[in-house]
Every structure is written in structure tokens, then in C-alpha cells.
Design a protein around this ligand. Sequence first.
Ligand code: CTP
Length: 406
Amino acid sequence: MTSQARARPRVVLGVGAGIAAYKACELLRLFTESGHDVRVVPTRDALRFVGEPTWAALSGNPVTSEVWDSVHEVPHVRIGQSADLVVVAPATADILARAAHGLAGDLLTNTLLTARCPVVLAPAMHTEMWEHPATRANVATLRERGTLVVDPAVGRLTGADTGPGRLPDPQQIFEVCRRVLAGRPRDLAGRRVVVSAGGTREAIDPVRFIGNRSSGLQGYALARTAVARGAEVTLVAANVALPDPAGATVVRVESTADLRAAVLSAAGTADAVVMAAAVADFRPAARGDSKIKKTSAEPEPIHLTKNPDILAELCDRRREGRGPAPEVIAGFAAETDDILANGRAKLARKGCDLLVVNQVGENLAFGTPDNAAVVLVAGGDPVEVPRGPKDDLADVVWDLVAARLG
Ligand code: CTP
């Protein structure tokens, strides 16, 4: 092996015996194409779904499920010891049970016992198995020990049934793994966070609305990075056309009223809320039941009425001790001019703990993968975040949230 090859991060991709094993081929490709050295370790039964030649050809490495092959290389110890990340996708109920109990009947479970690197498990199974008390207990045990168990997605399962248990999109599992490999701390483990994303739409009539240009990219980056740091994430998404981040519970909303209901309901049990959504300040006072026709020469004016300020409402509830409230509340402020002065005034006015202030305008922030911001901290110094990926800004926000959560 060349020194360049050795410098590649070493990933062990464990594959369990579930129909979603075919999706792990795509995950494998995402790793190899981005320069990772991947050793695939399927269970014996996983090979019934996808055979050894597929894994060997795609990874360029030998593939076995047994501890009895190449024994002189002591694979049952070496593979785990030398890994930078172990990810198991799909992780079946059986793998979760064996991992939780420290069983070591095959190469994958031996590898899980010898790995000292971060371990990510992406379960996929039928809803009944996922919700069974035995599986819940195994997941809780694994999480307590520091394993990152990414909640399955809700959707179509094998056969006609739907529900929680679907393997998340491979690209999204890959994004979580990338953040974990980047060395982010698991400092949100056991924490519940709520993130709002996207932009609300206020109906004028059944076909038209007043909206804004928010893509949801920053909110989705916040959700993704929080999952990688171990949080249980509820993502309230207003009109976002992006794939669901792996591991997050996504609640789709349209209007400010929908967003308010979803955020306030999830905030009751949350440790932190980050309002990244662009919320419409006003809505049409009356929503027409039928499409407005251009019958008259002059257009009818649209009368607007004020929307509730969800962020301010959350902060007011906490200040007044009305019901359970998140310990940390963060907002975003999109400003076009005088961004710092406006941001400081907004932080004080809303009463939140953190305010991420960014400049918006043509080609700035909206719809772009990058962002630059200043995070204003109540009672602390501002933190300047230079232009970079939205995931990096998200991690700065979580650093500050985690510090305040103590
Ligand atoms: N926000 C909210 N509810 C609203 C308006 C905004 O919860 N009705 C939240 C946003 O999600 C964001 C923060 O408040 O986290 C700031 O949003 P922004 O639109 O910049 O502030 P506004 O209060 O609307 O102030 P202005 O439009 O005057 O700048």
C-alpha cells in the first residue's frame, strides 16, 4: 500500500441482512469516490441479498463475513483496530441486539467490539421490530455507550407497508458519517433539538401565495450536524425541496400558522430550538376560496395582517415561566443593511440567547451552499464565522448551544 493510500481515512462498512443492503452499494461508492479506503464486512446472511463480488469490486478490498479467513492477519481484531469509522447500514434488529450484548459470533460483531473509533449504526427493519421494547432497549444501551444510532426514515418498507424503519437515503447517511469523521464531538447526545427551516407561504387564494426565497439549506445543515453530534432532531420544514436529513424527524408545514403549531408543540420537550426559517411577517387578511379573476381593469389591493412572532413567543413563554421551555433559543436574522446594529437590536427585542446574523441579497445566503455570519450571544462576545459551508456555520451554532446547555 502506498503512503498516499494509507493517508486515506479507513472506513469499515458493515452490512446487515436486510433488503436495504442494496442501498449500501451506493453508500460504498460515495465513500470510495471521495477518497476513503473501505473494507466491507457483511454478515453471512447479508450476502444472500448482495453477493461478495459486488462488495469486492466496488471497494477494491477483500470481503469476508468470517473470522476464519486470512487468520494470519488476525482480521477479527485488526479491521476494527485500524478503522477511523465503522458504519453499519443497514443495521438489522439482530445486529443491534448482538452489538448491545457484546456478542462476537462473526467478523462484523468482532469488529464492533475491537473498534475504538466512532461507530455509526443506521438501522432498517419493519416498524414492529423497530418499535419492539427489546430493540428500543438495545438502541438505548448502544446510545448510552456513545454509538451514534441514526433513526430510520419513515416511508415505504418491503412489501405494501409503510412506517418508521426505512434506511435513510445513502447520501444523507454519508453526510452524517462525513461530519463524524471530521471529528465533531458527540456533545448533543441525549438532547432534543428543534430546527425550523425554509420559508413560510401565506395563501392569497387556492393557487397563489406570498413567499420568500429561503431554500432551507441552512436549516437542513443545522439538522444534519445536530444528528451527527448525537441529538434527537425535529426538523420543521416550510416548503423545502431537499432530501430529508438522515436521522431527523421531519414535519412539513406551509404557512406561518402551521410552523408555529409544529414548533411550539415540539419545543415543549426540547432542550434547544433554532429558528432558521424565514417566517412571513404578514399574511393576507382574507384568503379567497376561489381563484381571484382579473375581471376588473384595476387590481384589487391585498390587505395584510400581522403574523405572530414565533421566536419572540417562545422567549416570552420561557421568561414568564408558561409551561416547559427550551433552555437555549436561537434565531436567525437576515439583514440587507447595517447588519450588526440591526442584529443587536433584534437579539434584545426578541429575548433569545443566540442570533445568527447574516447578510442577504443577490447571491448571498439564499440557495447557496456557503454562508458567512456573525453569531451574537446574549451576555457574551459575538463570534464571527467566515464564509464557508453551511454545515460549518451550523457546527458553530451547536458549539454555542452545547456550551450553554452545559
Ligand atoms: N421569526 C419568527 N416569527 C416571525 C418572524 C420571524 O419566529 N413572525 C424568527 C425567524 O425565524 C428568525 C428571527 O425571528 O429566527 C428573525 O427573523 P427576521 O425576519 O430577520 O426578523 P423580524 O422580526 O421579522 O424583523 P424584520 O423583518 O423587521 O427585520
